[in-house]
Design a protein around this ligand. Structure first.
Ligand code: ADP
Length: 395
């Protein structure tokens, strides 16, 4: 039992737990932010870190010399940075970023060989996070935010212009209205500005001109956290956290009752899978990864459980094979009936169920209307509809 044979020691287990939680924070940042769950995830990471530090102290005499003080130093540094950042009044998210960035500084001291590949992944993720941390905040927060509007919400997008950098605007005069209970689909070729529209709605990209209003209140007068508590949903790359099936679902609603969880899972048609896998099975570990279709259903169940006043769905069928995508879209359209929803999609099948379809091309709305209206006239929508029908018959 040499100094580097530590795979079975609780230290490595805890180290891996911390690593997993840090990886969750980094990779799952979008989902955590979308559901206001970042603080809880950070707390879990800090807890793993504290347990690791305690263990380190106990075991120090046995193997610290052999392994180096990397993990210990690193753990204590994170705690120190968090305390310092909190004392200096940094925001909670900034504190998380500062803490995680401090880990990177100790990268050479990490016992990579002993703890395995997970750490390499974490280090890469942290590097990415450090880059993100260096970028300025995306939107200006109001000094004196207006009170958050209450559900049910009407979203008005008026003459919206959004520009990434100095080039052509990504959105150039887009208007649409989403009244309570209505569903609007946004379609259009890659680069048309669909994701930018969702980012503007979630206040992760600044508005150049025009406005987005929630029940008449301009989103620039609201705190961006308040906006994201109201207008949120399924992000483009939903992330499975290294947590149980149940916790992965409850990310969006830690206080949700067991009945609520089961209901959301049923509506997302994930119940059979959840039963088969087991609610207490930890996901995200080797051999327990979920398929693309199940991942989207998990994300859908998460979104349904959170039940935001305005539900955003970003390309839920992206990267799925045709059959899986068709089944998912059918269930998704079922589950969102009567729910205020903005659905970005590149697949037209099923869109006869939504109230309005908006076609974006080059940042502008080129067509809008119901499915039946749009297939009746020449244009992007009919072309795509016909090519979809063709691949269906021949593919
Ligand atoms: P879609 O979602 O329809 O594919 P996007 O909203 O992603 O379209 O992109 C719209 C335009 O804005 C594209 O020209 C794209 O290259 C550009 N764009 C999107 N995000 C960024 C960004 N972060 N920085 C610079 N340009 C961007």
């Amino acid at each position: 039992f040499g100094p580097f044979f530590v795979e079975d020691s609780p230290r490595v287990e805890l180290g891996a737990d911390l690593a997993a939680r840090v990886a969750d924070l980094v990779h799952g940042a979008a989902d955590l932010a979308a559901y206001g769950a970042r603080d809880r995830a950070l707390a879990a990471a800090m807890d793993a870190d504290a347990r690791l530090s305690r263990l380190e102290r106990g075991q120090a005499r046995i193997n610290a010399a052999a392994l180096g003080l990397g993990m210990l130093t690193q753990g204590l540094t994170v705690v120190a940075v968090v305390l310092a950042a909190q004392a200096s009044g940094l925001g909670r998210v900034a504190t998380a970023v500062a803490a995680l960035t401090s880990l990177v500084a100790f990268e050479p001291a990490l016992p990579l060989a002993a703890a395995g590949e997970r750490f390499a992944g974490v280090v890469a993720a942290l590097r990415r996070l450090r880059e993100t941390a260096a970028t300025p905040p995306a939107v200006r927060e109001p000094a004196d935010p207006a009170p958050a509007p209450e559900s049910p919400l009407t979203v008005e997008v008026e003459d919206l212009v959004v520009r990434h950098g100095g080039r052509e605007p990504a959105l150039n005069g887009v208007s649409l209205t989403l009244t309570p209970g209505r569903r609007v689909a946004v379609v259009g070729p890659s680069g048309a500005g669909k994701s930018t529209l969702l980012s503007a709605l979630m206040r992760t990209v600044e508005i150049e001109s025009g406005a987005i209003r929630l029940n008449g209140t301009d989103v620039r007068r609201l705190s961006s956290d308040d906006v994201r508590a109201l207008v949120t949903g399924l992000t483009q790359d939903p992330y499975v956290f290294q947590a149980t099936v149940g916790d992965n679902l409850r990310l969006a609603g830690p206080e949700a009752s067991a009945e609520d969880v089961v209901a959301a899972v049923r509506r997302a048609r994930l119940d059979a899978w959840a039963e088969r896998t087991g609610w207490d099975t930890v996901l995200g570990e080797d051999g327990r990864t979920v398929s693309g279709g199940q991942l989207q259903r998990l994300a859908l169940a998460r979104a349904l459980l959170y039940d935001p006043p305005v539900l955003l769905l970003d390309e839920p069928a992206e990267a799925l094979d045709e059959e899986t995508a068709d089944l998912l879209m059918a269930d998704l359209l079922d589950a969102t009936r009567g729910r205020t929803t903005l659905l970005v999609t590149h697949r037209l099948r099923g869109l006869e169920q939504v109230d309005e379809i908006v076609v974006l091309e080059g940042g502008r709305v080129t067509q809008r209307g119901a499915h039946a209206d749009l297939v009746a006239v020449p244009g992007y929508y009919r072309d795509l509809w016909e090519s979809e029908a063709l691949t269906r018959h021949h593919g």
